[in-house]
Design a protein around this ligand. Sequence first.
Ligand SMILES: [Zn+2]
Length: 281
Amino acid sequence: MRTLPIPADTQADVFAMCLIGTTEPDLQARLTAITQTLANTGATYQQNATVAALNLIPRVLSVGAVTKPELIGLYEAHLSTTNGAARAVYDRIRNAAPNNRCPLCGVGNVAHCDHHLPKSRYPDLSILPINLVPACHFCNYKKREKYPATAGQQTFHPYFDQHLLAENWVRATLNPGPPPVLVFDTAAPPAWPALDQDRVRRHFDACGLAMTFTTNANDELPIVRDRLKLQAGRGGAQAVQQFLDEERDLHSTRPNSWQYATYRALAADAWFVTGGYLTIP
Ligand SMILES: [Zn+2]
């Protein structure tokens, strides 16, 4: 997971671009009539996101005389379509993740803008910039139409939830096998509020992070084995321990990456350090 700055493009800017791009007079008139309502919805979203209360945003089927398909159509016609009137906004948001790394998993390459609250259930949020987050294909696919029915079901929001990344909650556990396998789950600090513990568990499940992290970590194990053989040749089990401790500490700046969780688990496992790594195929 990674945090991102809030997009500079505003709801009012994007809505104005959509209005300009709308050529049908009747739809343009009905959209113009809901300008203030959509502005208010955007402001409420920002307030609620700031206090982790997006579950209180109502799911709507229409706004004024504008239907759900028409609201979703704004996104499809003007943001996600190449040459759409607000396509530049879509590109700015999608390209905002450093090194194109998906902020929802920290692993995949950004491929889309994900609607944090899905447009199928919140069509009035389909063009709201702060509801659009760059995401990899897998996270986007896994989240699909999931929405927070309760406060605890709110997934990590890269623009508003910096506090959820301050401490480690991704946990790797080494199954000795054979062959040794790392499995991932969540273990938030017990001192955390129950709400935050629920939220990171929900995010982990909603984005399928167990699969993403397990795949990456276990793919790395043969390389870890060979590095540890080199270390053992230089300084025995003590050098192996030191190497694993250093890798763990180097990754601690991203405490919820699969790398940090992996080296934390390996460095703490006496069986692994004293030769268990040799059983990695
Ligand atoms: Zn992702």
